[in-house]
Every structure is written in C-alpha cells, then in structure tokens.
Ligand binder design. Structure first.
Ligand code: HBI
Ligand code: FE
Length: 290
C-alpha cells in the first residue's frame, strides 16, 4: 500500500494487524442470535415486493434465515462457489484504503459485533446485521459482485487524485441507497435501505424523495447526508448498466475534471436528469429527523 494514503484518523486496536482483520469471528451469545433473528423477521415484513429480486434470491441462496448470526466461513464457502467473494470480520469502520484493498480482492469486510436491544433501530457504526444482511446477499449476483470489485479499484485512484469524497458519493447512492427498475417497477438494492425498517417504504414508494435515473458522473458531483432519510435516490436500469458505466468511465480523466467540492445539493433536480419521480420533499420541509 502506498505511504501517502496512511492518513486515516481511525485508531487501530492492538489485536488487529494492518489488514484490520479480526483473528476470528466473535462467538455470539444466544441473546445476540435472538437479536439477529428478530431483526431478520422485522425486515421480512417490509422487503417482499420492495427489495430487488437479486437481494431476495441472495438471502435464499445463502440461507440467511432465522439461524442467528451467520458463520462467516460458511458464507465465504458459499460465496466463493457463486462469485468468488468472501466475508471477513473487522472490528469497526476501517480506513478507506484498507476497505478498498479488500474490495479490490473480492473480500467484504463485515462488522464483528451486533447491535443491542437499546440500539435496535439505529446505529452509527455498521454492525454484522447491516453488513451481512444488507450487503452480502447482493454479492451472490455475478454482475454486482464485479461492480463492487471495480469500485474497490476505483478507490485507489480516487485517493491519488484526492477525490475520495466524490467516490464516496457513488458508494452512497449505489451500494448503500441504490434503487433499480425491475419490469418497470422501482425496487431497492442498497444495503442502507434494506437493513432498516422505515427507509425501504420511503425510498421505494414515498412521495417525498426524488427518484432520478443514475449517471455515474452526476452522482459523483452530488452531496449526501448520512444520518437521515435521503432527499434523492438514484435508479439504475440494471447491474449491467451500472457496471458498464463504471468500467467505461475513464476515472483518471473524471477525477482531474471534478471540482474538490460537490456541485449539486442532494435535493436538487438538474436539467439533464431523467426523472422517474419528482419528490414533494415534504419530509425535508417538515425538518427531517431534525
Ligand atoms: N469500513 N467496516 C467498514 N465498512 C464500510 O462500509 C466502510 C469502511 N471504511 C471506509 C468506508 N466504508 C468508505 O470508504 C466507503 O463508504 C466509501
Ligand atoms: Fe454499508
């Protein structure tokens, strides 16, 4: 890893090495397994008909049912067979360069802890439920799996050009909060949407947010907030389209032309947008989570 990228402020716990990997996965208690099962059951009440079929199929292929926190070795063996990915345990948010390096090598770093009953609805740091329930099923889709690897590679470049914020926006509006079309209907594939109980209804069916067809260029110029429902979601036609837009983009050229700050507010609709739904922004106007 190049020297100049070791600027992350995160303090590495003494028991993990430079790859930030935990020596092994936590042994979860039966209460922690019960938290997983309850979170799983809650999502299943809202996801059918709203989550992308790639996600629902992934849940099934990986058998992520009510069996408590899944074993990463079992998931990795299954994923390896399907798309060559694995799931590896990390203690917390890890530095960007390490995160990208794992993705570029088809390893998904997942939190090695689960939220408590007190923080059931919202947590700041990604736990094993967000990471494994939200992200990992998507990695069973071969095209999506390739996109994630390309994203990891693009991360290295972004650091060289000091445009990490722009690349972060792409992650945000696809991997975390992405929507897609299936037979003309909007469905969610973003992990941030799929791992929580309220945003999936808001994002897929709500009147409030904008839904705009995704252009990689446009998204990387768009600001984002991390602690509230989104004013705008970007919609892809297919994973093939997302992958193609990502690999065909000359990132060297894009990064050189991108201004250091975002150009568009996260609620803006601009002339070139292909708008699926023009949001009322009533949620934002009421003050959001405030
Ligand atoms: N670390 N554990 C973990 N999980 C993430 O999703 C993550 C991270 N470190 C950096 C990071 N994401 C960001 O760089 C991306 O959101 C772009
Ligand atoms: Fe996430």
């Amino acid at each position: 890893m190049p020297e100049e990228v070791f600027t992350a402020p995160l303090k590495r716990p003494a028991h993990v090495g430079e790859d930030w990997l935990e020596p092994k996965q936590t042994e979860y208690s039966s209460e922690e397994d019960a938290i997983w099962n309850d979170l799983f059951a809650r999502q299943m009440e809202v996801l059918p008909g709203r989550a992308a079929s790639a996600f629902m199929n992934g849940l099934e292929k990986l058998d992520l049912g009510q069996g408590g926190v899944p074993d990463f070795d079992r998931l990795s063996a299954e994923l390896d067979r399907l798309t060559g990915w694995s799931v590896v345990p990390v203690p917390m948010l890890i530095p960007d360069h390490v995160f990208f390096w794992h993705l570029a090598n088809r390893r998904f770093p997942a939190g090695n802890f689960i939220r408590t009953r007190e923080t059931f609805d919202y947590i700041q740091e990604p736990d094993v439920f967000h990471d494994v329930f939200g992200h990992v099923p998507m990695l069973t889709d071969p095209v999506y799996a390739d996109y994630m690897q390309e994203y990891g590679k693009a991360g290295w470049k972004a650091m060289r050009y000091n445009r990490l914020k722009a690349l972060g926006a792409l992650y945000w509006y696809t991997v975390e909060f992405g929507l897609m079309l299936e037979q003309g209907e909007v469905r969610a594939y973003g992990a941030g949407i799929l791992s929580g109980p309220t945003e999936v209804v808001f994002a897929v069916e709500g009147r409030s947010p904008n839904r705009i067809m995704l252009s990689v260029d446009r998204v990387m110029r768009t600001d984002y907030v991390i602690s509230d429902l989104q004013p705008t979601y970007f919609v892809i036609e297919s994973f093939e389209d997302l992958y193609r837009q990502t690999v065909e983009r000359d990132f060297d050229r894009l990064y050189r032309n991108l201004p250091p700050a975002f150009t568009y507010a996260n609620s803006a609709i601009i002339d070139v947008d292909n708008v699926v739904h023009r949001g009322t922004q009533e949620y934002l106007l009421r003050g959001g989570r405030g």
